[in-house]
Design a protein around this ligand. Structure first.
Ligand code: NAD
Length: 509
């Protein structure tokens, strides 16, 4: 397989971006390694408290300027940023692929263009966020207006770094806020460059800043900063809970959480072409090597089609090609870290010890220094087993078999997670009944997975998968707060009819 680019030649911006400028004065650094070959690619400076303060102050100043700008002009600047991202598409795709699990060709064709599209999509909201007028007598007018919060702290994970960061930044700034981003310390480079391009596109310096470092120190300091007005987080359920506790202990501010999942792929016997369904099921658990919040991790399948479907999925899994993210033809991505790979191994082994059976794969392996995990199928998965309860975040598909539709829906429900679900059947009413019954924030019928087109509809979990919605109108409205403005048209004469302390009627002398 040929290399699509030379990883050693990728010049990583190992710096923070504060007030539109590169800042690299961290005395402490973190090594950022390439999961594809295990080599340390660059040292990342870690922000100290002073730098975090400077980033938040820069955002506060820029937000005042941004808010005062005409909404249509803000939209034009967001569109210009999108164009600049597309003009740097190859560079950004390399920066994304080199230290992440994202194959370069997908970064080029999907991740970078989708990030630009989010900026275009939400840029169009800048002058279309409307308030309302509520009921009142002829003697008053009641307005409800939407206002930005101020500074938004955004914290994001490593699995789709550019997409997951821009799908928060775009609606946050469209609503009139400024942003300080802490991207994952494992995959910081593409987003650093994307943020740098914002100033080049003409957005005010400091409107979007990025500071780097670990979650427990830099992330914690940022989300609890007294001048941060709202927190938007994507990551694990455990970290989400910790952030809620830290924010609650240090102040009061809204927090939105996009967390983990354990999504079912519910396949009925009348699902139609089994080859098509097998394509969805396989892609649903092997895309990005299963390192995906809405990975279709549980195949819940009707008995009569279980064996032929599992055989088809096995065939497809066996055909995957493990490779570096810069290799042409890589279809099985590397695992981001040793910690993550060890965690997968431990959950698979625990499930086997609890009575599950491995039908395919089941082990971690190395390839040219890179870390990988075999595409795996585990059958006999039941509630209580580690492989059922916990998010594995790897290419591991658990199989559960049912005999009638009600049992299928019951098995597909997860006791804690509820991010997404897929339902495969050609029977429309059966599909709708299952979709309504499943406790998940998104249900796909006869397909698995999001596409860029779905940015029009809200995305977000139920239960331990989090709360708050991203994408669509709710995605931008979540970054606004509503203010009621009541205007008395009668020179305050209304006061004469108000009830005063103790129930007495207040009357003017
Ligand atoms: P993680 O929770 O370990 O880290 C996410 C981010 O939070 C990182 O930037 C990290 O540095 C930071 N962080 C860690 N501790 C922190 C703290 N105490 N305070 C503030 N910030 C802190 O998650 P991860 O391993 O990077 O990502 C994988 C997880 O993300 C999986 O659970 C996956 O399901 C979830 N995820 C969810 C969605 C979604 O849309 N629901 C999308 C992608 C990933």
């Amino acid at each position: 397989m040929g290399a699509l680019f030379d990883p050693a030649a990728v010049n990583a911006p190992a710096c923070h971006i504060v007030a539109g400028k590169r800042v690299g004065d961290g005395r402490t650094t973190l090594a950022v390694s390439r999961p594809s070959d295990g080599i340390v690619h660059a040292q990342l400076p870690v922000a100290d408290d002073d730098l975090i303060d400077r980033a938040v102050s820069a955002a506060q100043a820029a937000q005042l300027h941004w808010r005062a700008m005409k909404p249509r002009q803000r939209g034009r600047l967001m569109a210009a940023w999108a164009e600049l991202i597309l003009a740097h598409r190859e560079e950004l795709a390399q920066l994304e692929a080199v230290v992440s699990s994202r194959p370069y060709d997908e970064c080029l064709a999907i991740d970078v263009p989708t990030a630009a599209e989010y900026l275009r999509f939400y840029g169009e909201y800048c002058d279309k966020l409307e308030g309302s007028i509520t009921a009142s007598s002829d003697e008053a007018v009641s307005l409800v207006v939407r206002e930005p919060y101020g500074v938004v702290a955004i914290v994001t994970p490593w699995n789709f770094p550019v997409i997951l960061s821009t799908w928060k930044i775009a609606p946050a700034i469209a609503a009139g806020n400024a942003v300080v981003l802490k991207a994952s310390e494992l995959t910081p480079f593409a987003m650093t460059r994307v943020v740098e391009l914002a100033a080049e596109a003409g957005l005010p310096d400091g409107l979007v800043n990025i500071v780097h470092g670990g979650g427990g120190d830099v992330g914690r300091r940022l989300v609890t900063h007294p001048d941060v007005a709202i927190v938007s987080f994507t990551g694990s359920t455990m970290t989400g809970g910790r952030i809620m506790a830290d924010v609650g202990a240090t102040g009061v501010k809204p927090v939105s959480l996009e967390l983990g999942g354990k999504s079912p792929q519910l396949v009925f016997a009348d699902c139609g072409d089994l080859d098509v369904v097998a394509d969805h099921v396989t892609w649903g658990i092997t895309r990005n090597a299963g390192q995906l919040c809405y990975a279709g991790a549980r195949l819940v399948v009707e008995r009569s089609v279980a064996r032929p479907l599992v055989e088809r999925v096995s065939t497809r899994m066996n055909a995957l090609v493990a490779g570096a993210t810069w290799d042409a033809g890589t279809t099985l991505a590397p695992i981001i870290s040793e910690r993550q790979r060890d965690r997968m191994t431990a959950i698979v082994e625990a499930s086997v010890a609890q009575g599950a059976e491995i039908e395919l794969g089941g082990r971690a392996f190395d390839r040219t220094g890179g870390r990988f995990f075999e595409p795996t199928i585990i059958s006999g998965l039941r509630p209580g087993m580690a492989g059922f309860e916990e998010e594995i975040f790897g290419p591991v598909l658990g199989v559960q078999i049912f005999d009638d539709a009600d049992e299928g829906v019951r098995l597909a429900q997860h006791p804690t997670y509820g991010l997404t679900a897929s339902v495969f059947t050609r029977d429309g009413s059966k599909a709708l009944k299952a979709a309504k019954a499943l406790a998940a924030g998104t249900v796909w019928v006869n397909r698995w997975g999001r596409t860029a087109e779905m940015m029009t509809s809200p995305f977000g979990g139920y239960g331990r998968s989090g709360f708050g919605k991203e994408s669509g109108r709710p995605g931008v409205e979540g970054f606004t707060r509503q203010k009621a403005i009541w205007i008395d048209l009668n020179d305050g004469a209304e006061l004469a009819h108000q009830v005063g302390p103790g129930g007495s009627v207040v009357r003017r002398p």
